[in-house]
Design a protein around this ligand. Structure first.
Ligand SMILES: *Cc1c(COP(=O)(O)O)cnc(C)c1O
Length: 237
C-alpha cells in the first residue's frame, strides 16, 4: 500500500530542498541553475521516488549496483540522469557500465582501469568523478588528497574513461568544520582544473548532503547529493 501522506511529504521536501539549494547558490554569488540537486534514492521504493521524478527531479544517485538494477525498470527515468555514488567493487564493473550516466566513486587506478576496459569493449566512454577521502578517514573509501594528483594522471591515460570532476564525503562534524573540508576540496578542484590536463574536465564538484549542502554550496559545490532530507530517514543501510 502506498502511503499517500508520505508521497505528499516527499514531494514537499523535494520542492523545499530545491529552493534552498537555489537560494544558497545565489547567496554564494552564483546563478541558481549552476548547482544541481541530486536525489539520493538508495533504499527507497519506486513508489516514493517516481512522484519526485514526475515533479521535475532530473538527477538520481544510487549506492548499490544490485539495488539499482533491480528497481530501475520501475522508475520514471525519461530525461533523468542516473549516477552511481556508492563504493564500486571491481567485480561489479561489468554490470554497471552503460547502465548509469556517471560513476562518482572512482577511487583507485585499478578500478578505473577495469571501467575503462569494459567501456572500450562496449564502444563506450564512461564519465566518472574521482572520490577523495578529504578527511583521511580509515573507514571511508576515496583516494587521499596526497595521492589525488597521481590518480588523476593515471586515469587521464585511459581511453574508456572521461574524468568530469571530484566527489567527497567529509567526516561527520559540525557545519563549520565541514566548511573547512569543502574548502580544501575546492582548492584541489581548482588546482587540477587550472592544469588543463588532457582528458580531464574539472566541471563537477560533488559535495554536500542532507545536513551540510548549504555549507558545501558556499564553498563551491555544484552538485549536492540529498537523500534523507527528501525521502525521510532510511530504515536500513
Ligand atoms: C547516502 C548518501 C548520500 C545522501 O545522504 P543524506 O545524508 O541522506 O542526504 C549522499 N552521498 C552518498 C555517497 C551517500 O551514500
Amino acid at each position: 500500500m502506498i502511503d499517500e501522506a508520505r508521497v505528499g511529504a516527499t514531494v514537499d521536501n523535494y520542492r523545499r530542498i530545491k529552493d534552498r539549494v537555489m537560494e544558497a547558490a545565489v547567496k554564494a554569488g552564483r546563478k541558481p541553475e549552476e548547482v544541481r540537486l541530486m536525489c539520493v534514492t538508495k533504499t527507497i521504493e519506486a513508489e516514493y521516488i517516481n512522484p519526485v521524478l514526475d515533479d521535475g527531479a532530473d538527477l538520481i544517485g544510487e549506492n548499490r549496483v544490485q539495488e539499482y538494477l533491480g528497481k530501475k525498470d520501475s522508475l520514471h527515468l525519461d530525461g533523468v540522469e542516473k549516477h552511481l555514488i556508492g563504493h564500486l567493487q571491481t567485480n561489479k564493473v561489468k554490470q554497471i557500465v552503460g547502465e548509469v550516466d556517471m560513476i562518482q566513486s572512482v577511487d583507485s587506478l585499478k578500478l578505473a582501469k577495469e571501467i575503462s576496459k569494459v567501456s572500450v569493449n562496449r564502444g563506450l566512454v564512461s564519465k566518472v568523478l574521482l572520490e577523495v577521502n578529504i578527511g583521511n578517514e580509515e573507514s571511508k573509501s576515496g583516494v587521499s588528497a596526497d595521492c589525488l594528483e597521481e590518480l588523476v594522471c593515471g586515469v587521464a591515460q585511459l581511453e574508456g574513461i572521461k574524468v568530469k570532476g571530484l566527489m567527497t564525503i567529509p567526516p561527520i562534524c559540525d557545519e563549520n568544520e565541514a566548511r573547512k573540508y569543502f574548502s580544501l576540496m575546492y582548492k584541489r578542484f581548482i588546482d587540477i582544473r587550472d592544469k588543463n590536463l588532457d582528458n580531464i574536465d574539472m566541471e563537477i564538484l560533488s559535495m554536500g548532503m542532507s545536513g551540510d549542502f548549504e555549507a558545501a554550496v558556499y564553498e563551491g559545490s555544484n552538485l549536492v547529493r540529498v537523500g534523507s532530507a527528501i525521502f525521510g530517514a532510511r530504515r536500513y543501510f
